[in-house]
Design a protein around this ligand. Structure first.
Ligand SMILES: [Fe+2]
Length: 354
């Protein structure tokens, strides 16, 4: 069962200690006397243990905290909050907010925000559901809830891992870990270190991607299901001598899902994990997915580009967006270090025809 607000408050003290220890280690380490091989935030340096194993994920009850929110967002949009909409469809930049324990009522009202927020990271994320433990990525020793993103001049797995030398573009559109039966919802990304330019993230609205389609095409998509697979990710990790902490799963999800709070319909497919349409022959499936992937990838008018600085916090709803890193910076010129906390949400709700 998902934690109640009371549960989160009672566990917040422990989580606050964890984050304080991390920040203390950072403060004690300092920057000036470190060699170029030192990482600036050692607590969050990516940790890989090929012997680390997780059991299969279990189903849990889930109710989205957004259902408790006042749609007018009186807590989030306090007089001190500065707000800037990046586009009409998605992306709002907020500053002047405090994400700290005890958890503020405004947290339920947040669906898309970023920019300099402080607070106990695990407690905040756990408010939105049990945090997924990634089966293959770097995590934090003793804290497998953290998914670590790290790239510097000495450690640049991105380029070799993804075979960028063979590709003409380096974007990779996906929603996170959609092979899970209960896919992530409100997802948090904390920027610990960031190059001066580059290393942005592109986010595209799957709601608007769906809305742009004709009524007759939408009607054909409603009711379809697609297979999301963890197998390629596990195989890639194994090939690179990385961990496979959990047996990879393949899960069927509705191709169009409904948001549990807003009722919005959204495409729910992504190039990273969606492999086929259930009941279609291969050519049919490839053709339909190919069209939809291209539609999403080319949707420059329902996309935003999130630029970061050290201390930025990004929150996105993984149910209704896809995203891609832009690994365009030279890591010799600047390091990128971030951690993601990925709360799992409801089993995707199939959208109904209206
Ligand atoms: Fe991602």
């Amino acid at each position: 069962m998902a934690p109640s607000v009371a549960d989160v408050k009672s566990s917040a003290n422990l989580d606050a200690v964890v984050d304080k220890v991390a920040d203390l280690k950072l403060a004690n380490k300092g920057h000036s006397n470190m060699s170029s091989r030192d990482h600036r935030i050692p607590f969050y340096y990516p940790y890989y243990d090929v012997n680390e194993k997780f059991p299969p994920t279990e189903i849990f009850e889930y109710s989205d905290p957004g259902l408790l929110a006042d749609p007018s967002k009186p807590n989030l949009l306090a007089p001190s909050t500065k707000l800037h909409h990046l586009s009409p469809y998605l992306g709002t930049e907020l500053s002047g907010i405090q994400l700290s324990s005890p958890l503020p009522a405004g947290l339920n009202e947040a669906r898309a925000l970023y920019r300099r927020a402080q607070g106990s990271r695990i407690a905040i994320a756990r408010h939105f559901g049990p945090i997924q433990r990634h089966p293959t990525s770097g995590n934090v020793k003793g804290y497998p809830e953290f998914h670590v993103v790290y790239r510097d001049a000495e450690r640049d797995r991105v380029v070799s891992y993804r075979n960028f030398g063979e590709k003409v573009k380096w974007t990779s559109w996906h929603s996170d870990v959609t092979y899970e039966k209960q896919t992530p919802g409100t997802t948090f990304f904390f920027i610990l270190d960031q190059p001066e330019s580059g290393g942005d993230t592109l986010f595209t609205s799957q709601v608007e991607a769906y809305n742009r389609l004709s009524d007759s095409f939408k009607a054909r998509l409603i009711g379809l299901r697609a297979v999301h697979s963890a197998v390629p990710q596990a195989e890639l990790s194994a090939r690179n001598n990385g961990p496979v902490r959990r047996e990879p799963v393949e899960t069927e999800h509705p191709l169009v899902r409904a948001h549990p709070v807003t009722g919005e319909k959204a495409l729910f497919i992504n190039q990273g994990f969606t492999k086929s349409i259930v009941g279609f022959k291969k050519e049919e499936s490839d053709a339909l997915l190919g069209f939809l992937f291209e539609h999403i990838e080319k949707g420059a008018d329902f996309r935003v580009r999130a630029r970061y600085e050290k201390g930025s916090v990004v929150v996105w709803d993984n149910r209704v967006t896809v995203h891609s890193a832009t690994p365009d910076f030279d890591p010799a010129q600047g390091r990128r270090h971030a951690v993601r906390l990925t709360p799992q949400a409801e089993i995707p709700i199939p959208a109904a025809e209206t």
